[in-house]
Write a protein that binds this ligand. Structure first.
Ligand SMILES: NC(=O)c1ccc[n+]([C@@H]2O[C@H](COP(=O)([O-])OP(=O)(O)OC[C@H]3O[C@@H](n4cnc5c(N)ncnc54)[C@H](O)[C@@H]3O)[C@@H](O)[C@H]2O)c1
Length: 316
């Protein structure tokens, strides 16, 4: 059991704190906003209830027991005192992160590992030079207590022992670390997601298909094979010569970079911003966001359990 401090208790911070507490670690959690910190026990109780319902967590592990392993404090110095690992999960703003790392440099002993959960920022230039050897990116996905992938990314000077520490920590949580050789914005999963988004904006804006048809194609065409084969093992099964011909023929051209989508702009201007607003690409009205998130999480957990039973293709 390690003492771990999590900075920022928003969407990601409270979820990461929960995953660490479920792994038996003593967690300290802080946020610049007391209101955000006060919300944490309720969010953790709801998440634990969802895990119980799905049979993904033993009922003897109660929300009270998990919450008791997360010490909340509005004070940064108190939060990081004695922590061997500090995980930064504050707002994705480079100047806020730079100021926080400068403060951590003042507060933490030299051996403390400083990890960032940033999605797209190269944080290493924002971290003081003296801390570079003990600095690393540890990037969870949302919700962290359901999605197992964690990207682990060293900076140019990161000690390999620090990468090993984070990798072992993530494995110990029952999650899946992947270690990248260097930082690239969006890592792997988010970059592939962005490539899918670019194609989807084109198909929608050019009127090729409706949101329902696009999601049907993804769910019934792409999704089934991915849990078993990933992408590259699927290519091996298709045969690489076919892939080579497809590339050479050039009949498919990826979408050019774009900075906007007509349909996305229209939906946002109409206030159709997604589940929280009751409507987005689809109409979710009539059910509360809590109910919708709960159904999503229940289904994701059921699928995850099936994926564990089935397993990926041996040899890949
Ligand atoms: N939202 C996602 O899906 C997702 C996924 C992976 C990684 N991330 C990354 O995780 C980080 C946090 O994202 P989020 O979605 O949880 O944001 P969020 O806005 O939900 O939470 C950020 C929290 O940080 C707090 N904060 C800001 N400055 C602070 C400071 N100096 N000290 C303490 N607390 C401070 C805010 O009050 C807020 O509660 C970002 O770097 C983001 O890129 C987000």
């Amino acid at each position: 059991m390690s003492e771990i401090a999590v900075l920022g208790a928003g969407l990601m911070g409270h979820g990461i704190a929960l995953v660490l507490a479920l792994g038996g670690h003593a967690v300290r959690l802080t946020d610049g906003s007391d209101a955000v910190l006060d919300r944490v026990p309720g969010l953790i109780a709801a998440a634990v209830e969802t895990l119980h319902e799905a049979g993904a967590l033993d009922r003897t592990e109660t929300a009270e027991a998990v919450t008791a392993r997360i010490r909340r404090s509005g004070d940064l110095a108190e939060t990081v005192a004695g922590a061997e690992l500090v995980i930064e999960a504050i707002t994705e703003n480079p100047e806020a992160k730079r100021a926080l790392f400068a403060e951590l440099d003042r507060l933490c002993p030299p051996e403390t590992i400083l990890a960032s959960n940033t999605s797209y920022l190269d944080v290493f230039p924002l971290i003081p030079a003296a801390r570079q050897r003990r600095a690393v990116i540890a990037h969870w996905y949302t919700p962290p207590y359901i999605v197992d992938l964690v990207d682990v990314v060293p900076g140019p000077e990161t000690d390999p022992e620090v990468v090993g520490f984070i990798r072992d920590l993530v494995l110990g949580l029952g999650q899946v670390p992947i270690v990248l050789q260097r930082f690239v914005p969006g890592y792997i999963a988010n970059r592939i997601q962005q490539a899918i988004s670019a194609e989807v904006y084109r198909l929608l804006d050019e009127g090729v298909a409706s949101p329902r048809e696009i999601d049907d194609a993804i769910i019934h065409g792409l999704a089934l094979r991915i849990p078993v084969l990933g992408h590259l093992a699927k290519a091996d099964f298709t045969g690489l010569e076919l892939q080579r011909h497809a590339l050479r023929n050039g009949t498919y051209q990826p979408p050019p970079p774009r900075s906007r989508s007509d349909i996305l702009d229209r939906l946002c201007e109409e206030g159709r911003t997604g589940v929280m607003a009751g409507r987005g690409y689809f109409d979710w009205s009539g059910r509360s966001p809590e109910e919708l998130f709960r159904e999503r999480d229940r289904k994701l957990l059921a699928l995850k359990q099936a994926m564990k039973r089935v397993g990926r293709m041996e040899g890949a």
